[in-house]
Design a binder for this molecule. Structure first.
Ligand code: KMH
Ligand code: ZN
Length: 270
């Protein structure tokens, strides 16, 4: 089995300091969190950034500052979000692609998102996919629902995304695919040949689905964007603490954890 790739989703767009006092917000805080997550076993950081008021932004200058500071500290793969926050206009979502990061997320369908709707019309998805192709950015296909997998294959048919695909099953968002083991098994069984995958379980689904992915040969995403608790009612101290637990469980189960350079080779970035 390949080594485990761990992604740390450090910030998110919806979370506030009131909900999570340890949330990294400034570029320096995000870069320090990225370096600590890498030390704990992460090879990718999934990046949202915040403006001076702590609000989510797709501002290229802020992404540039964050990525520059991360690269000064560590060798982790930087994956920018093109999802942004619910309601971010599609043109703004695409802007940080001009920085040509190694990876970026590409959500391949609309989904109810709690009381909101995370809109991804077919034309918007194709716009983001073609920008990624033009800039040479590897998409991570974000599936908030099972039907989003088939939408990704349509992009392949249209020549907008190249195989092998790297899927992220985001499971447990209210309105999306539930965060259960049978739902994960359904997603894994539906994978096209040669595809790679990871799971991002939301809330209490995070750890259980991570354990299943480790055993099945998939990869794992953890971090404050997805879950702020270490155990029931106990907030995590840091993103690194959540990463470290997954790395420890994986090693205990006999699966080593990939370094960033090993992850680059596994994903085809190097
Ligand atoms: N903030 C969510 C509405 C992504 O990063 O690509 C979308 C999201 C997905 O977080
Ligand atoms: Zn995100």
């Amino acid at each position: 089995m390949d080594k485990l790739i761990i992604t740390a989703a450090l910030v998110g767009a919806e979370l506030t300091r009131e909900q999570m006092p340890h949330l990294p917000v400034s570029p320096t805080e995000i870069a320090e969190a990225a370096a600590a997550a890498r030390e704990a076993g992460a090879s990718i950081v999934h990046l949202h950034v915040r403006d001076a008021k702590g609000m989510p932004t797709q501002d290229v200058a802020v992404f540039r500052e964050v990525i520059t500071q991360i690269k000064k500290r560590t060798d982790v793969i930087c994956q920018i979000s093109t999802g942004g926050a619910v309601g971010t206009p599609i043109e703004l979502r695409a802007e940080p692609l001009s920085l040509r990061p190694e990876m970026a997320t590409l959500t391949t369908g609309t989904v109810n998102f709690g009381d909101d709707v995370f809109m991804n019309e077919p034309s918007a998805i194709e716009f983001l996919a073609s920008r990624m192709k033009k800039e040479g950015v590897k998409p991570e296909i974000e599936c908030f629902d099972a039907g989003h997998m088939a939408n990704a294959l349509r992009l392949v048919k249209k020549g907008l995304v190249d195989e092998p695909l790297y899927f992220d099953f985001v499971m447990g968002v209210p309105g999306g695919i539930p965060g259960t083991v049978p739902d994960l098994m359904h997603c894994v069984a539906s994978l096209p040949a040669g595809a790679q995958w990871q799971v991002a379980g939301i809330g209490r689904a995070e750890l259980q689905l991570a354990a299943v992915a480790i055993v099945l040969g998939g990869n794992v995403r953890v971090g404050f964007e997805d879950n702020i608790y270490y155990s029931r009612g106990v907030l995590a101290d840091s993103n690194a603490q959540l990463v470290e637990r997954v790395a420890r469980i994986s090693r205990e189960l006999g699966r080593e954890v990939a370094t960033p350079d090993e992850a680059r080779k596994l994903i085809g970035l190097a």
